[in-house]
Structure formats: C-alpha cells, structure tokens
Ligand binder design. Sequence first.
Ligand code: NAD
Length: 233
Amino acid sequence: MYKKIVVLTGAGISQESGLKTFRGSDGLWEGHRIEEVASPVGFENDPLMVWDFYNQRRRQLLCDEVDYNNAHKSLAEFEKNFCGDFLLVTQNVDDLHERSGSQNVLHMHGELLKARCLDTSRVYDWTEDLGEKTSHPDFPEKVGRLRPHIVWFGEMPLHMDKISQALKQCDLFISIGTSAQVYPAAGFVSMTSRSCHRVELNLEDTPSSMIFDETHRGLATEVVSNYFKDLLS
Ligand code: NAD
C-alpha cells in the first residue's frame, strides 16, 4: 500500500462541471489568447479587459449551474479514508476541490475567489467583481488597486517549496486532466523518485504520457472514480 501520495489536477477535472479548459481545440481560454488575459503585460496594456475576464470567470464559478463533480468527490473521499500523507496540488483557480470536501489542497496558480493588493501583495477573500472603482478593504480611499489572485505567465507559482519536497518523497504520483504543457507543473512527473509509481488520468494522450508507468483514458468523472475506488480496496 502507498504511504505518500501527491495528486496534480488541471482544468480537465472541472470540465464536466461546466468550466471550460484552457487548451481546447482552439487553444484559447474562453475565446481569449492567454497572453492577453494571463500575463502582467496583458494587465498593464488593458486592465479593464483583464479585470472583466476574471469577473466573468468568478461569476460563472459562483452561478448555480457550476458545482463539483464525481471526480472531485472521489478525491475528497479517498483523502478522508487514506491513512498516509495525501497532498492535492491543483493548477485550477476554481474552488471545486474545497467544495467537494478536499482538505490538503495547494493552489499553485492562485484562486479566483481571492484578490491581491497591487501595493502590499496582501491577499483577501473575494467574491465580488474587481475593477478600477473597487475600493480597498483596508484603505477605502484607495481605489482600483486590487488584482485577481492568479499566477500569470512569467510569475512564480505558489507553494513551490512544499510541492517539490512532497514530489521527491511520494511513492505514488497521479496527474489528472492536465495537458502537460504549462511549466513547472508539466515537469512534476520528472521530479518524483525512481521508485515512485506514476499514473496519468486524462481524456487523451499528452506530451508526457510516455513518462508515466500507467495511463487511463476517459472522462474524469469515470476514470478518477474508478481509479480511486480500486486504490482503497
Ligand atoms: P489545459 O486546458 O491545458 O488541458 C486540459 C487537459 O484536460 C487536456 O489534456 C484534456 O485532454 C484534458 N481533459 C479535458 N476534458 C477532460 C475531462 N472531462 N476528463 C479528463 N480530462 C479532460 O489545462 P491545464 O493543464 O490545467 O492548464 C491550463 C491553465 O489554465 C492552468 O494553469 C489553469 O490555472 C488555467 N485554467 C483553469 C481553469 C479552472 O480553474 N477550472 C479552467 C481553465 C484554465
């Protein structure tokens, strides 16, 4: 039985919850080029458009139609029943893992339901729209100084020390619904030890599929549930 498990999730696990992935067939995120909406330069060039993009993503995440699915739930249930160390690292900026009951979750690319002060870098829980007229929770006279708490291309992902350590020590690494094209997450499989068993669960092959010891193809709601049910039995 495995003792230390690290799971990495990407946009594919939330696709059946109604949230579009980034690398669909068109290579766009909800119709936008990634450099426009997910880079510091994009924000400098057109802050209104970038605020609005994430306002729409946040509203969509909070609408009644979007909720966790069977794959999120299977991970949360596995964590509850597993006796060893379990770390869930997600590239997703939604909160569907937390909603389904997952406890030990690290959001390496930030969170839609948080905002960050451009001056102090302090992070705030946030469910409203952000924009040029948004007043600051600590300094109400200051307006328009909050940005989405999202790690954009060229910025340092969060929690990397903790993640690197867990990857080196784990005996099972499972990558779910990620295209293996965004670094450093795409390199996590190669950071695990030689004795670590590596599993990829995805709808289709990725550029990293050959590195894995085991791969399962299919919808996350099916393959993730089946895989984790077997792992506990
Ligand atoms: P990606 O969009 O690049 O790749 C998605 C992967 O999921 C693909 O390999 C695809 O084959 C697979 N997939 C799609 N539907 C699936 C399903 N139903 N079941 C199983 N697999 C499925 O995603 P990424 O690798 O996570 O990189 C995208 C970046 O964009 C991330 O950094 C993330 O922060 C951001 N993003 C986040 C969300 C979210 O939070 N839900 C959504 C879109 C983009």
